[in-house]
Design a protein around this ligand. Structure first.
Ligand code: NAD
Length: 259
């Protein structure tokens, strides 16, 4: 699906990004990993450095990037509250300027582009589980807004580039993802539970313990992100079978390519 494709992964040295780079390389892609190492660590991608199809560039997506690629996965953004609240202005800039720069690049080189969005676009939702036609219950001025509103604005930009410039976009609203290389001290529930269990401490459950969350293992998420970009279809027969495959893989599909 990806052989001879040049794929840019922003935030590619982070938790999810490093797994995505690995999987893309395994599928035959040339991978350009761009990261400013705000939350990434080099060991996340050190195993990939010997692969001749892998290239690592230190770059902040708030600034334009001029490269030739076929597909872009825009993952650059700190994801956990302790990281994104450390410098909230930079967090908003990363989501908004990062989206503008990557969409501009996609438009210039006619690349397909996927945005790593988040369940946080629903804010403090009143509907459970959230459906794609639910617009959320959001707060534009709170301490989490740098992340939530930044991601919402990025989604707006993606859909306007699609409507205005016919860009081929995908937006994946990611829910809590866990797995190897997640940040151990990022304050999120799975890492908290595991770290407390390993230290033989009590496991902290906030509130009355009745709250619900949706969890996804990183391998499943990465497979989903990869399948968001369907393969190039040469004829109508295989177009039909690909359509069937997409339905099975994606479950309920929306008009706009969310999910
Ligand atoms: N992990 C989850 O459960 C989850 C849930 C919802 C959404 N997401 C989204 O998925 C993406 C990846 O999340 P993650 O869990 O791998 O987080 P992460 O912090 O491990 O990865 C984010 C990466 O982006 C890089 N980065 C941050 N700002 C940058 C900038 N300005 N320029 C270039 N690189 C920059 C970081 O150094 C890091 O490598 C993020 O966009 C996040 O919002 C993740």
């Amino acid at each position: 699906m990806f052989s001879n494709r040049r794929v840019l992964v922003t935030g590619g040295a982070g938790f999810i990004g490093s797994h995505l780079c690995e999987r893309l390389l395994a599928r035959g892609a040339e991978v350009l990993c761009v990261d400013n190492f705000f939350t990434a660590t080099r060991p996340n991608v050190s195993g990939l450095m010997l692969n001749s199809r892998f290239e690592l560039v230190r770059h902040d997506v708030c600034f334009p990037l001029y490269v030739e690629v076929d597909k872009i996965y825009n993952l650059a953004c700190p994801a956990s509250p302790i990281h994104y609240q450390f410098d909230p202005v930079q967090t908003t800039k990363t989501s908004v300027h990062g989206a503008i720069n990557m969409l501009g690049l996609a438009k210039r080189v006619k690349a397909k582009i996927l945005q790593a969005s988040t369940s946080e676009v629903y804010g403090d939702p009143t509907v459970h589980p959230q459906t794609e036609d639910y617009w959320g219950y959001v707060n534009p001025i709170g301490p989490r807004s740098c992340y939530d509103e930044g991601k919402r604005c990025a989604e707006t930009l993606f859909f306007d580039y699609h409507r205005q410039h016919k860009l081929r976009i995908k937006v994946a609203r990611i829910f809590n993802t866990y797995g190897p290389r997640m940040h151990p001290n990022d304050g999120r529930v799975v890492s908290n539970f595991i770290v407390q269990a390993l230290r033989n401490n009590d496991i902290t459950v906030y509130g009355d313990g009745m709250q619900t969350r949706s969890f996804c293992y990183v391998d499943d998420l990465v497979e989903g992100l990869i399948r968001r970009f369907p393969r190039t279809i040469p004829n109508s027969a295989s177009r039909k079978s690909a359509k069937r495959r997409n339905c099975l893989v994606g479950g309920r599909r929306s008009r706009y390519g969310l999910g």
